[in-house]
Write a protein that binds this ligand. Structure first.
Ligand code: HAM
Length: 458
């Protein structure tokens, strides 16, 4: 038997429904925020990530999946989405579009050769957004608010938002100098990688996975003390917009993030639910005002974030949030013998075409086994076809819960099913919160989301 690669997963069954549900909420949220969907290649030239993410980052030095293609080109499976989107922004000259800023979102697989552990996979899926072409602090707050609102819509309660500012180039350079001065006399107590990082990029030392618990890191200079007046003022403005939006946050002066392109605002959202382990960051991002320029485009102010969908689902599972995923059928079409089989196949197509979640028997089992299959599929209604009824243009319809049966004329079948399924509250309308509401206007998220539309007219 051939096994899947280490750190990769097959997503199927109920788990796949959760993934689809999360993606559906993301799409509906992004539509409301007016962010356009973007899909970039899963592999790009290696140079993009080396220049974009930074030569001194763990991601680039240790974690990329690199290969040489048949045309001798050096390629890399994307470890994150931002560099590819910036490449696309420059290549497609989006900076020249009439509508600015460019607001984009993506949802796709990323690849990092990590030591597999809970929450750290080699293939994982990120939902992320990037806003290119605005330096307004209002945008920083909007971008931070997106994962906060998403997690709340999904019903997650234990989340913590941490923010910090790395400041502009001058502030970052001053901070860099302060870190080198601080760490230099103590390098023997730090790991080999950190020794390497000291001159190349001392900020990375603060983000080291090996030295994380070292007291030296805990007492290191704080970014906030090296911000110049302009950067300080900007950070204050971001915070005041967050207050305006009602987003709770804490300032974490040690937060620097693991990729090189950041300046000014950086942020992370942590799951605080018990049992998550150390890889509990659900979303992370920040401003990267120099990256477009580094990748041969014009000076452009940008900000974005990405979150790991796998980690979000893990957090939802740990908090035992019940997602409103569909795990039943509306109609299961059964047939007494092969005589009715052809009719069954066209009836199933007809019902599906008219919007009913319908399935049927495919393996030639007898009626008894078909009843069992219908139960396993949680079918609300059964249609049991037999030749005699069909001759009269009728079918037998059975409520699989009450066991009530009715002989229904084919002409009337759609109305019959519609009416009876309606009675059981299966008529759902999509509300602005992204959840479905039944005809009593109760949101079916179980009261977890913040749409304000629970039990209200929509
Ligand atoms: P990142 O912090 O490397 O940032 O990743 C963002 C999120 O992706 C993490 O918070 C985590 O939820 C998830 N993630 C990362 N690595 C793994 C992994 N190995 N297994 C499972 N989940 C993982 C970025 O990728 C930046 N591109 C974010 C960004 C966008 N900054 C600006 N724009």
């Amino acid at each position: 038997m051939i096994s899947k690669p280490k750190g990769c997963y097959d997503i199927y069954g109920t788990n796949a429904k959760k993934w689809q549900y999360v993606s559906k909420i993301i799409d509906s949220l992004m539509e409301k925020y007016n962010y356009g969907y973007i899909r970039t290649p899963i592999f790009e030239s290696s140079e993009l990530f080396h220049r974009g993410i930074g030569e001194s980052t763990d991601v680039v030095t240790k974690e990329t999946y690199d290969f040489v293609d048949r045309g001798e080109r050096k390629m890399t499976l994307r470890p994150e989405g931002t560099a590819g989107i910036v490449r696309s922004y420059v290549e497609n000259k989006m900076y020249g579009d009439a509508i600015q800023p460019i607001k984009l979102y993506y949802n796709g697989t990323m690849y990092r050769y990590e030591r597999p552990q809970s929450g750290r996979d080699r293939e994982f899926t990120q939902f992320g957004v990037e806003v290119l072409g605005s330096n307004d602090p209002m945008v920083d707050a909007e971008v931070i608010s997106i994962p906060v609102i998403l997690l709340s819509m999904l019903g997650l309660k234990g989340v913590k938002v941490k923010i910090n500012s790395l400041g502009d180039k001058e502030s970052r350079d001053n901070y860099r100098k302060a870190l080198i001065e601080y760490f230099k006399p103590h390098m023997t107590s730090l790991c080999e990688d950190c020794n390497d990082r000291l001159e190349k990029n001392p900020l990375r030392i603060l983000d080291c996975k090996v030295d994380r618990e070292n007291e030296l890191l805990k007492n290191a200079p704080k970014t906030i003390d090296y911000l110049n007046e302009e950067s300080k003022k900007r950070f204050e403005e971001v915070k005041s917009y967050l207050d305006e939006l009602g987003i709770d946050y804490e300032v974490d002066t040690k937060l620097v993030r693991g990729l090189d392109y950041y300046n000014h605002t950086v942020f992370e959202i942590e799951a605080s639910v018990e049992g998550f382990g150390s890889n509990n960051v659900l979303a992370g991002g920040g401003r990267y005002n120099g990256l477009v320029n580094t990748l041969d485009g014009p000076e452009t102010s940008c900000i974005g974030f990405a979150c790991g969908i796998g980690r979000i689902i893990q957090a939802l599972d740990l908090e035992e949030v019940k997602l409103p995923i569909i795990e039943d059928l509306e109609v299961f079409v059964m047939y007494v013998s092969d005589t009715e089989k052809k009719y069954a196949s066209s009836l199933v197509q007809y019902l599906r075409g008219n919007g009913f979640r319908t399935d049927t028997e495919y393996t030639g089992r007898g009626l008894k086994a078909q009843f069992k299959q219908a139960d396993r599929l949680n079918s609300k209604y059964l249609i049991i076809l037999n030749d005699e009824d069909l001759k009269n243009d009728e079918v037998k319809v059975k409520n699989n819960k009450t066991k009530e049966e009715a002989l229904v004329s084919i002409d009337y079948l759609l109305y019959y099913l519609d009416e009876h399924l309606m009675d059981e509250d299966y008529d759902m309308d999509e509300c602005s919160c992204g959840h479905d509401h039944n005809h009593d206007h109760e949101c079916n998220c179980g009261g977890n989301c913040n749409c304000g539309g629970h039990n209200e007219e929509i």
